[in-house]
Design a protein around this ligand. Structure first.
Ligand SMILES: CC(=O)SCCNC(=O)CCNC(=O)[C@H](O)C(C)(C)COP(=O)(O)OP(=O)(O)OC[C@H]1O[C@@H](n2cnc3c(N)ncnc32)[C@H](O)[C@@H]1OP(=O)(O)O
Length: 425
């Protein structure tokens, strides 16, 4: 490793660091820098990359000091579901600066250059899973939504008597890799239904299964459970593992850990939950990665007994504000002028006239007085329809010049289904 630490006047405004692409034989060094920054074993990352090459080397960016790589960022091209359909988006990842070089502006330089690079690629949106919530807001990323985990004790796992049940459905337990086409079909259907996610093209399924299957003490292998209709077609799927434990008196204390539930019909969802909530030798089922409005609590006979915890958040950035606003659809017609502040993507800064009938949208530079002044990050959190701009107006960090302008924008941006993304990257 041995990049030297040159103490310098702290600065985080970016200029001064040259951002470059790593040569092909430097990719493993860049990977090592990221592993060091994020405190994970290098072997974990190398295994992932060797066996599941999702990386496109020309999307890596690095900063060097004295010829050695000291900071990295990377991104993957995704087809992100937004209101109106799938759109090209960058999944930003691999962000790391060596502990010896922090707080000297390296991240700022990397993310500024990355934004310009993504714009050149025509990716008008960028998303990321943040390691810490305090990092990305200053770069124009807004928290678009949060995942939720439900813990349901076996004692209170009964579903409502009127939950739809279809006796013609059958359950099948399988190795995930053996039923990949069925899992993929159900996953694609679920992605199309809600904004915020993307289908797993290329090696993304392999990577996902590898991540979920990593050995854990006292834990079963990853299992897939499929629901099939009378014709044998898959209509529901879940991925899960079971952790074994024995408490006082040798009584079982196991937990079912569910990582993905996809159902084409309400009856398939009922069948999945009734199966997952009633596993021998367990006392609890934990369902990870659910959207804010998941039907699970509406199915439970006693929803107050289920414990909901907030999980990780997905952050979103409009790389090109006018293009991104024009490429989604809207729940209501809107005619408004917004003034956008954007320190790190100056092409977005200024006034934009947004006019839409819901389906067709024009966004053009404006000279008239704005109805609303906000930061690019506020648009990032609002873009998928569940991060109201009115909240920022109430907080005093966005300014409404025309009464009701923020509420009208929120109404137009609203999406009836809350966003979900179930792939780590
Ligand atoms: C999408 C992903 O990959 S998430 C993974 C992110 N990586 C990590 O968490 C690994 C561990 N951390 C690191 O590698 C580094 O500390 C980084 C990448 C978070 C920051 O890199 P640095 O080069 O130190 O950031 P830089 O000097 O450009 O700081 C820019 C600004 O962000 C602030 N900042 C940096 N890190 C943090 C943090 N963790 N929390 C809050 N603020 C932060 C700085 O104070 C500075 O603020 P200012 O603009 O008001 O002066």
């Amino acid at each position: 490793m041995a990049a030297e630490h040159h103490p310098a006047t702290p600065r985080s405004d970016g200029p001064g660091w040259e951002v470059d692409r790593p040569a092909e034989d430097e990719i493993s060094e860049a990977t090592r820098v990221f592993a060091t920054a994020i405190n994970i074993p290098l072997n974990d990352l190398l295994d992932t990359e060797r066996d599941h090459p999702v990386n496109e080397p020309d999307r890596f960016l690095v900063v060097r000091d004295g010829g050695r790589i000291v900071g990295t960022t990377n991104s993957h091209p995704f087809s992100l579901t937004v209101p109106g359909g799938p759109r090209p988006a960058a999944g930003v990842t691999g962000v790391g600066v060596l502990p010896t070089h922090r707080r000297r502006g390296i991240l700022t330089a990397l993310l500024r250059e990355q934004l310009a690079d993504l714009r050149r690629r025509g990716e008008n949106l960028a998303i990321l899973w943040a390691s810490e919530g305090g990092i990305y807001g200053r770069y124009g990323y807004g928290r678009a939504f949060r995942q939720h985990t439900y813990s349901v004790s076996r004692a209170h796992a009964a579903l409502r008597p009127d939950a739809p049940r279809d006796p013609s459905l059958t359950l099948e337990l399988a190795e995930p890799a053996d039923v990949l086409p069925d899992l993929d079909l159900l996953h694609r259907a679920a992605q199309a239904e809600r904004p915020g996610g993307f289908p797993r093209e290329g090696n993304w399924w392999k990577l996902r299964l590898w991540m979920l299957s990593r050995p854990r003490p006292d834990t079963s292998d990853l299992r897939a459970v499929l629901v099939r209709d009378a014709g044998g077609h898959p209509v529901g799927s879940a991925l899960h593992r079971v952790t074994t434990g024995y408490g006082e008196g040798g009584l079982p204390t196991g937990t079912v850990s569910v990582r993905e539930v996809n159902a084409l019909t309400p009856a398939a969802r009922t069948a999945l939950y009734e199966y997952l909530f009633d596993t021998d030798l367990t006392v609890e089922t934990e369902v990870v990665g659910l959207p804010e409005d998941d039907p699970l609590p509406a199915l439970l006979a006693d929803p107050a007994q289920a414990v909901r915890r907030g999980g990780v958040s997905l952050w979103l950035r409009l790389v090109d504000v006018p293009a991104a606003l024009a490429e989604r659809t809207y729940a209501h017609p809107l005619d408004t002028v917004i003034e956008v502040a954007d320190r790190h993507a100056p092409w977005n800064a200024g006034r934009w006239h947004l006019k839409t009938d819901g389906e067709h949208t024009r966004v053009e530079a404006a000279t008239t007085a704005p109805d609303l002044s906000l930061d690019a990050a506020h648009l990032g959190s609002a873009y998928l329809g569940r991060g109201p701009v009115t909240t920022h107006v109430d907080a005093g960090t966005a300014v409404e010049h025309t009464p009701g302008a923020a509420a009208r924008l929120d109404t137009a941006l609203y999406t009836p289904r809350a966003p979900r993304c179930d792939t780590g990257f």
